[in-house]
Design a binder for this molecule. Structure first.
Ligand code: ADP
Ligand code: MG
Length: 214
């Protein structure tokens, strides 16, 4: 489907479902190296996003949708992830085009999201955080767009890299966030925020690859 406001709405609806379906898994991952609230936090946040977007105007643009997402996540998710995802979506909203997103717009939105997360959380790649999913996603999106991929292909490349990045957090030692309190004991577990990031980006790509509802 074209990457417009309808895509953004469908992406968020899909994210609500996928986060809800992975609630226990995210809780479990966060229990290993954190306080076990990530699944609950994210499920609460994306349920609230679903409610906030209900009855959105069919003319809403990507930026309009993502701004509501940002505000809702900031006020409902809590923990470290709330402000980080909130900032990511707010920056992506500001980078979004008025109409349909081109592959370069997709790259710009992902870059803006990553920069927002890093401005806020000060994590670099390799510190076992959601940055380890977002950073490779940005790089892969850039490469896909540069080699002539369309919007859906650019998102698919980003999603695939995010998933790989999330998987690669397992052997890392956390040096940012709550998991860093565990030191060496954080090794051998996936980072919950990197996993939730890969789920959300996978949804963005999946919905982009679908035929239009209309
Ligand atoms: P909390 O750690 O406050 O309980 P959550 O459990 O909701 O919050 O979220 C934890 C996730 O937040 C981690 O798995 C990690 O991906 C992400 N995170 C924590 N601190 C940072 C940071 N400084 N930069 C980027 N991501 C971070
Ligand atoms: Mg937690």
């Amino acid at each position: 489907m074209p990457l417009d406001g309808q895509w953004a709405l469908a992406w968020m609806e899909g994210s609500r479902a996928i986060i809800s379906g992975n609630r226990e898994r995210l809780i479990d991952l966060d229990r290993q190296i954190g306080d076990g609230d990530h699944g609950e936090n994210m499920d609460r946040g994306f349920s609230a996003v679903g409610a906030a977007l209900e009855g959105s105007s069919p003319d809403a643009g990507i930026g309009d949708v993502l701004k509501i997402v940002a505000r809702t996540l900031m006020s409902t998710v809590g923990g470290a992830a709330g402000p980080l995802y909130g900032t990511a979506f707010l920056r992506a909203a500001k980078a979004a085009p008025v109409g349909e997103a081109t592959p370069d717009d997709v790259v710009a939105m992902l870059e803006a999201a990553l920069r927002g997360i890093q401005d806020r959380g000060k994590a670099e790649p390799g510190e076992k955080t959601m940055v380890d999913a977002w950073a490779p996603a940005v790089e892969a999106a850039r490469a896909a767009a540069a080699s002539g991929g369309d919007g859906a292909a650019t998102l698919a490349a980003a999603a695939e890299a995010a998933e790989k990045g999330a998987r690669a957090t397992e052997p890392l030692r956390a040096t940012k966030g709550r998991a860093s309190y565990l030191g060496e004991r954080s090794i051998g577990h996936l980072d919950p925020g990197a996993v939730s990031t890969s789920l959300i980006l996978a949804e963005a790509a999946r919905v982009a690859g679908e035929a239009s509802a209309a």
